[in-house]
Design a protein around this ligand. Structure first.
Ligand code: MLT
Length: 254
């Protein structure tokens, strides 16, 4: 992977293809490799930038409190380093929360937004408590518990579950715990949806067990220029479970 230093930490990223810059932000507790199935479909049209977020994959972790806006700032700094002023930003789940934080902090830098298996809502109070408790357990005992419990929530495809379990086991505990707390602390983004002047592509599996389809429909209803692709038989990992459909939807942002 390529590496650069942003905001005092080493950020790893892949760069593939040519065309309109498209940043693909992975979700929790994963890394940029979740995009592998769509990369060959998108690289003829896009200059793909595939970061590992701070605390994940080959990027450095921080021990201090992280907010999703800090992760958005890492991506803005990466774009500065690459001399890219405007990009399409697409995020998977937590990556979508970060894309929305990016849209709030750097609205002039977006020319399109993709949300896969994501939502604009913040966590209800009871979910914040569960995230904080899990973060403490991950910090104390490692990512094993997350790796056992999460794959079945991500997808019904058992081969994919096994691969995702291995991917989760490779993630550092500080990054996973930090992201759990950052998600719990995130602000609600519904207030900014109606201000977007760029196109928004929403991609969502109808059997998503983590973010229900209703949250995607809420985003679609709130944005001016939105399209929603609802994918039958797909769970929380549309870019892996339905790469062709996901890539076609992202191409509408060209
Ligand atoms: C993700 O897939 O990024 C997270 O599971 C999202 C969440 O827990 O809200």
């Amino acid at each position: 992977m390529l590496k650069t230093t942003v905001n005092g930490l080493e950020l790893a990223y892949e760069r593939r293809g040519r065309g309109t810059p498209l940043v693909l932000i992975h979700g929790y507790p994963l890394d940029h490799t979740i995009w592998n199935p769509v990369v060959p479909l998108l690289e003829p049209d896009f200059d793909l930038i595939l970061p590992d977020l701070r605390g994940f994959g080959q990027s450095g972790a921080v021990r201090t409190r992280t907010l999703l806006t800090d992760m958005a700032a890492d991506l803005a700094a990466l774009l500065d380093f690459l001399k890219i002023k405007k990009a399409v930003i697409a995020g998977h789940s937590m990556g979508g929360y970060i894309a929305l934080a990016f849209a709030r902090c750097y609205p002039s830098r977006l020319c399109g937004l993709g949300l896969l298996a994501s939502q604009a809502n913040a966590d209800p109070p009871e979910k914040k408590v569960v995230r904080y408790q899990m973060a403490d357990r991950v910090e104390a005992s490692g990512v094993g518990e997350v790796a056992e419990s999460m794959p079945a929530l991500l997808t019904a495809n058992t081969d994919l579950q096994a691969a995702l379990k291995q991917l989760i086991l490779r993630q550092p505990r500080e990054g996973v715990a930090g992201a759990l707390r950052a998600m719990a602390d995130r602000s609600d983004s519904t207030d900014i949806l109606s201000t977007f002047d760029f196109p928004v592509a929403i991609i969502h599996g109808l059997t998503d067990k983590i973010v229900p389809i209703e949250r995607a429909r809420d985003v679609r209803a709130a944005v001016k220029k939105g399209s929603l692709v609802e994918i039958e038989g797909v769970g929380h990992m549309p870019m892996m479970e339905a790469p062709q459909v996901s890539a076609e939807a992202l191409k509408t942002l060209l």
